[in-house]
Design a protein around this ligand. Structure first.
Ligand code: COA
Length: 183
């Protein structure tokens, strides 16, 4: 199983079909989907499809979100990392073909700094290993936690926009500014 990165408290590895129970626990929870369009999944088949969709991205797009495993418990607790949004269907704020940083954790693991810890290492991977030009972050305005994470990891607020009828904020960081921040 491919391990992409490790932090003090997390292992970030490829999502695999056996993550199905964890993915179902995550994505069937209405609280988790509060700022994600309020459409929690209803069946294990949906969770299975979500895993396969990400596994296809590893192959077809060279990147995809990583499973987050809590070292202290050994449990799957959610996912974090980068996604390449491709084409009109995945466009947002009138923009296409961008690398988006994101995270989603099971609620009992919120408030422990896991989103920040995992997103920092994903950002580093995107710029240092993949040499991406720009990494984007998007969060609905009401999603205070996610907006805080994006700012904490160093993304720059660019603008607000309409995301399917809800206001959202758009953030970006480019590789040059990242290098400056790191030096
Ligand atoms: C958003 C989410 C990933 C945050 O994860 P987390 O691990 O709790 O975040 P962190 O612990 O790294 O928190 C970072 C900061 O945000 C704050 N924060 C987190 N959730 C918050 C909330 N609901 N309200 C206010 N502040 C919050 C933390 O206190 C921390 O601030 P601090 O550094 O000043 O102490 C988590 O709530 C989640 O999985 N939500 C459901 C999925 C989702 O919305 N994903 C993002 C889509 S854009």
């Amino acid at each position: 199983m491919n391990i992409f990165a490790e932090t003090e408290r997390l292992i970030l590895r490829e999502l695999v079909p056996t993550d199905i129970e964890g993915m179902f626990e995550l994505d069937s929870n209405p609280e988790v989907h509060k700022y994600l369009g309020n459409k929690p999944v209803k069946s294990r088949e949906d969770a299975e499809k979500a895993i396969q969709y990400i596994r296809d991205q590893y192959k077809d797009r060279g990147i995809g979100r990583w499973a987050a495993i809590e070292k202290s418990s050994g449990y799957f607790i959610g996912w974090s990392g980068l996604k390449l949004n491709i084409g009109e269907k995945e466009s947002l704020n009138g923009k296409q073909d961008f690398y988006d940083i994101g995270y989603r954790f099971i609620p009992r693991c919120w408030g422990k700094g896991y989103a920040t810890e995992s997103a920092l290492v994903a950002l580093d991977y995107g710029f240092k290993v993949k040499q991406y030009e720009t990494i984007t972050g998007i969060a609905l305005i009401g999603n205070i936690g996610s907006n805080k994470v994006l700012r904490k990891i160093g993304l720059n607020y660019i603008e607000d926009f309409d995301c399917d009828g809800t206001r959202a904020s758009w953030y970006e960081l480019n590789i040059k500014d990242y290098a400056k921040k790191m030096s």
